[in-house]
Design a protein around this ligand. Sequence first.
Ligand SMILES: NC(=O)c1ccc[n+]([C@@H]2O[C@H](COP(=O)([O-])OP(=O)(O)OC[C@H]3O[C@@H](n4cnc5c(N)ncnc54)[C@H](OP(=O)(O)O)[C@@H]3O)[C@@H](O)[C@H]2O)c1
Length: 299
Amino acid sequence: MKYVETGGVRISAIGLGTWQFGSSEWGYGAEYNRVEAGNIVRRALELGINLIDTAEFYGFGRSERIVGKAIRDHRSEVFIATKIFPIGLAFMTGWRARRSARRLGVDRIDLYQLHWPSPLFPPRATMPRMARLIEEGLVAHVGVSNHDLREWQQAEEALGRPVLSNQVLFNLVDRRPERELLPWAQQNGRVIIAYSPLGQGLLSGKYQDSTPTNLVRRRRGSFSTANRARLAPLIAALREIGSRHGATPAQISLAWLIRKPNVVAIPGASSVRQLEENAAASEVVLSDEESARLDSLSA
Ligand SMILES: NC(=O)c1ccc[n+]([C@@H]2O[C@H](COP(=O)([O-])OP(=O)(O)OC[C@H]3O[C@@H](n4cnc5c(N)ncnc54)[C@H](OP(=O)(O)O)[C@@H]3O)[C@@H](O)[C@H]2O)c1
């Protein structure tokens, strides 16, 4: 496993996203939540993945509980990241963090992230509370998610110290973080956590010929017939480059992301097999020419 070391942390370049756990919208069912999800977490740790990302919002606490149960005997191997959803009021921050920690079964959250910017959670109200959680030892690092550069910097100013990471939509079909967020993170020792790094499965190529039925994908314009047709040349290139590396399109998509300094990716997985495939993407090294080809097809 490759690791990103910056800002006082060492996190795996491939992490594990757990929105799928306990969430009805992904539709993976009770057996997945009861058995497979825990197996996915434990196998991830065996393969050297330490970054596990969850949120109080995922399955309304169920994802945190599933993760908590799976890491019970492995606390020292995990860099646990969770998020506070900006509904309610900012003064609830400490109480909500303690509830997340309890569901996770930990006495310290390694990375506590503000899930979205919101006028209900302005940095001047939220970040001093986050700073207090750091002083109390409940939180090790603060992060944000879905913040633009100005919002990220405002959060830092209000926190009075670095906001380690920004978790954003970043993949071969959405490259907006490359404009401002990534250069700033690279220059200042911060981390970009790429969510939906597989375009929610789109970049695996397996949905090219069939309209997906699950609720998450039906809501996305990116899965429309027209968009899938538009992406055909990119998917073909992922397949072709993959065949040279003995890798799948999903692995090439992840390898393209994590070759960028200060970027980690947190793919979700519907099975242990997918998790293993995603972890192995950390060993795929793309050439400059291959990466440039993917750049040109995704511009
Ligand atoms: N901060 C935020 O606002 C935010 C928003 C979204 C997500 N996230 C985080 O980011 C994580 C990942 O994003 P995501 O779940 O939206 O999208 P993703 O990681 O791009 O896609 C995950 C889905 O792709 C398929 N897949 C995974 N590995 C595969 C492989 N090797 N080969 C083929 N298919 C594969 C699986 O679906 P099927 O098997 O059903 O095809 C899986 O559920 C989430 O779990 C969550 O932790 C954060």
